[in-house]
Design a protein around this ligand. Sequence first.
Ligand code: TTP
Ligand code: MG
Length: 357
Amino acid sequence: MTEKRRTIFHLDMDHFFTAAEQKQRPELKGKPVVVGADPKEGRGRGVVSTANYEAREFGIRSGMPISRAWKLCPQAVYLPLDFKLYTQISDENMILLRTYTDKFEQWGIDEAFLDVTSRVKDYGEAESLARRIKAHIKESQGLTCSIGIGPNKLVAKIATDIQKPDGLTTVTNGEVERFLAPLPVRKLLWVGRKTEQKLQNMGVKTIGDLANCDPTILTEIFGSLGTQLCLMAHGIDKSEVEEREGIKSISRETTFQEDTADIRLVLQTMHNMTEQVQSDCHERHLSFKTVTIKIRYENFETHTKSKTLPFITNRLQDLNKAAVDLLALHVKPERKVRLIGVRVSNFVKTDRQKTLL
Ligand code: TTP
Ligand code: MG
């Protein structure tokens, strides 16, 4: 199984929301900063969206209840989400990055893949290009990012995480299997906790263990996911870096740092996400008709439920009502929730001036 030789970059901004806040308020440099729900001196509901690296030293992580973060580090600076700011910086970053390749794919708000195969001769040139990109972002935005370089998207994405913040990690074609082998299987994009548990029961802990498994047994146990797992364990990923056409939906999801049966925490987290989604729609001059929620329980059972409104809207109260109605109808209160998400779709563009321009 040989792959066409490619050079792919995966770039991920460092502690993105807090970095954006620190860019606006340089006096916060060097201090622990947390963005997310209001901690209300330890009585607040909702979760941490992100924490800068100074705050991570205290154990604060994305998805952690904000009340717990407060206990770990009451002296941190706690800020509400300013989604307008994050979208604006993200859009500027993406415009800058697009100038480095014609094969580009945005991935979430602060990540991107770049296929630079036609722009570099070897890994040495690739690293110089990556350094130039990092310097360019630093210079124009005052922000740092981490880049992973690899022969495909899978390896590049895993490589980015190796050195963070402000990292640069290269995994050449010949190094792929050696690089992946010691890493835990959960590093592979599609391995959730349930699959991880099943693999652990089979004695498979690392990607190397997985690569040594008999592919027919993996397919027998996991079906088509088994074939996918086997290819990924050998570092094979043929997916192309490609720009997705137009925006079909806008969504946010939160994985709780610990599974929770606290319905108030779930509701508050949902409210924080609907605010972000609505603000994102507003920024992009989009109104929507369909609202979808996603609930994943502790055993990884996942449900999505949608509601198409009888009207087109971009109002927060309509989105909130639809999301909360869907939650009330479908969430099972006795079960622990691992993740919740909200998505809007069925868009209508609402800004005529923008269209004329
Ligand atoms: P990430 O890239 O996962 O995290 P990060 O940029 O804050 O930190 P890192 O240096 O490790 O890359 O996510 C990008 C942004 O998405 C993050 O700044 C805030 C938001 N986010 C949430 O709102 N909730 C979450 O659970 C996560 C993981 C991220
Ligand atoms: Mg990031």
